[in-house]
Ligand binder design. Structure first.
Ligand code: DQA
Length: 152
């Protein structure tokens, strides 16, 4: 049976390409989405790639994953550092989640060093730019297949 993964992007990620390219790189979100879909096709994973600037919409999509997806890749943007609601939604859904950040949040301002999402994620990838999404896709496929972390 085909694996379906939601790739969810939070606030301001619609501005990638124009927004602080020295930090986030020159690729826009549509290009990252296309790269994810192409990698998904190779790997037999259906990728549903979305972005919202609204916390509640992200919560709705995480809840939708309970029946609609096998796992979630999420770049929650600034909500990583503020959102108990996203933390709770991930806990409630109980699907494997990989948190991705384009930038290395630990090498930046102190307010970015804490994420409410990390404690409920299966894994976290940060600082590797758009490649982080593709690495997350490959890791999530293994997690969904039930392979233990050490066996990936
Ligand atoms: C980000 C890091 C966050 O701190 C920031 O608020 C973002 C993007 C990243 O991908 O590096 O919007 O999640």
């Amino acid at each position: 049976m085909a694996v379906t993964v939601f790739v969810l992007n939070g606030p301001n990620l619609n501005l990638l390409g124009q927004r602080e390219p020295g930090i986030y790189g020159g690729k826009n979100l549509a290009e990252i989405g296309e790269d994810c879909r192409a990698a998904g096709r190779e790997a037999g994973v259906a990728v549903d790639f979305r972005q919202s600037n609204h916390e509640g919409v992200l919560v709705d999509w995480i809840q939708e994953a309970a029946d609609g997806a096998d796992g979630i890749i999420i770049n929650p943007g600034a909500y990583s550092h503020t959102s108990v609601a996203i933390h709770d939604a991930i806990r409630a859904v109980g699907k494997p989640v990989i948190e991705v950040h384009l930038s290395n949040i630990f090498a930046r301002e102190a307010f970015r060093h804490h994420s409410y999402v990390s404690p409920v994620a299966s894994g976290v990838i940060c600082g590797l730019g758009p490649a982080g999404y593709l690495l997350a896709l490959s890791a999530l496929k293994e997690l969904v297949a039930g392979r233990a972390k050490g066996d990936v």
